[in-house]
Write a protein that binds this ligand. Structure first.
Ligand SMILES: [Fe+2]
Length: 397
């Protein structure tokens, strides 16, 4: 952690009113001083933003212990080293908000992977993950995310990146919401190789600055209504009662802020021959990568097998979250399912797929992949979804 020396957010951004210089008197029309807050990473040596609040964010009237949310993961009793197919789509939306329904299914020290299916009927709590960046892939749902940085509209197919320390509240507008949630105590970044030395995204990157949607409208609430905020760090959760509405920011600027990126805005790269998984990389984490497998033109060389080859990615555990479409290399895997391929065991296309793929010109597959450089632990919560026939599915007719 902390070794990354390049820019990590799409670019500098400013929203609302900020004073001409930092750390100087900045007043509301009634002459009250706004409360400046610097939020930043890596001991004031990393990416940061400066926010101007109507109320000091430190104004707390009560701190109460709370049951940890989500429930801390427990290891699955099944310790067999094998591939897993986890059919998580069978879980319907639960009552309560995103956090109440989030279940961690795989984890290690660098990352937690969770699914959350929630109804969106109940109003969501205000929460802040003080210990991890949260990258939500919104499989189903959509609505607005209230944050101290302003309101971010989101919809199905979006990655929504919420930096650690961002007070926020999901406001889903749909009755069914399904998120694939990636938490990392490090940071979610754009890969360095997509950027020039100034941090600008290069021409051959699979996305550009204008693809990243930033908060558009500040809430700037001037409201002294007491508000509970569920603050989380690791497996500890506490309810902080503030004496005001925390969505009170009148302006901010910097490089640290939440954003949305639609997976459909990822521009896939194809060629004459099969392109390896790194061309699909979308985000870089500490000891993990996130890739997007999107509908695309397939490799068009003569006699080229467009399906992926059997492979053993020896230093990675691999998770694929199936979003929509028939996944190219597999059959019988529905949207909302995950496969977990631990290192040490090869995997590859289903029987017959390689032959069938010759001459195929296009794929409609849509999936999110997470590769971790350290082994992951399967959580007990995953057991209910597990299809035990999967490890031998490559020999099934
Ligand atoms: Fe793979």
């Amino acid at each position: 952690m902390g070794s990354y020396d390049g820019p990590m957010a799409p670019s500098y951004h400013r929203l609302g009113e900020v004073p001409p210089k930092r750390h100087m008197a900045f007043r509301a029309p009634d002459a009250r001083l706004y409360e400046e807050e610097v939020v930043g990473l890596e001991g004031f040596g990393g990416r940061y933003s400066i926010l101007y609040h109507r109320f000091a964010p430190t104004r707390v009237t009560k701190v109460a212990e709370a049951d940890p949310l989500p429930a801390p993961p427990r290891p699955s009793p099944d310790t067999t080293l094998r591939h897993h197919l986890l059919r998580t789509a069978a879980t319907g939306p639960g009552d309560g908000d995103e956090l109440a329904n989030r279940a961690v299914i795989l984890w290690n020290a660098d990352i937690r992977l969770a699914v959350s299916a929630f109804s969106g009927v109940e109003s969501s709590r205000v929460t802040r993950n003080g210990g991890a960046d949260e990258l939500h892939f919104v499989h189903e749902g959509g609505g607005r995310l209230d944050t101290v940085f302003g309101v971010l509209d989101y919809r199905a197919g979006d990655y929504v990146m919420i930096p650690k320390g961002t007070t926020h509240r999901w406001r889903p507008a749909q009755p069914t919401n399904r998120h694939f949630v990636i938490e990392t105590p490090g940071a979610v970044r754009l890969p360095r190789r997509y950027q020039n030395s100034e941090g600008q995204l290069l021409e051959h990157a699979p996305y550009w600055e204008r693809d990243f949607r930033r908060p558009t409208e500040l809430l700037a609430n001037d409201d002294a209504t007491p508000t509970d905020v569920w603050v989380r760090v690791g497996d500890r959760t506490a309810v902080y009662t503030l004496d005001h509405d925390p969505f009170d920011v009148v302006g901010w600027d910097g490089h640290l802020y939440p954003y949305a990126f639609a997976i459909s805005d990822f521009e896939p790269i194809s060629g004459r021959q099969h392109q390896p998984p790194p061309v699909h990389q979308t985000f870089e984490l500490d000891n993990a990568v996130v890739c997007s497998f999107c509908p695309r033109r397939l490799d068009d060389g003569t006699d080229v097998i467009t399906a992926p080859y059997n492979h053993a990615n020896l230093d990675s555990d691999e998770v694929l979250y199936y979003v929509s479409g028939e996944f190219f290399s597999r059959r019988g895997i529905e949207a909302g399912a995950l496969t977990y391929h631990p290192r040490g065991i090869p995997h590859g296309p289903a029987p017959g797929v390689a032959e069938k793929s010759i001459g195929q010109t296009h794929t409609e597959e849509l999936a999110v992949m997470v590769d971790t450089f350290h082994p992951m632990q399967l959580a007990a919560a995953a057991d209910a979804y597990d299809d035990p026939a999967y490890p031998t599915s490559w020999t099934a007719g």
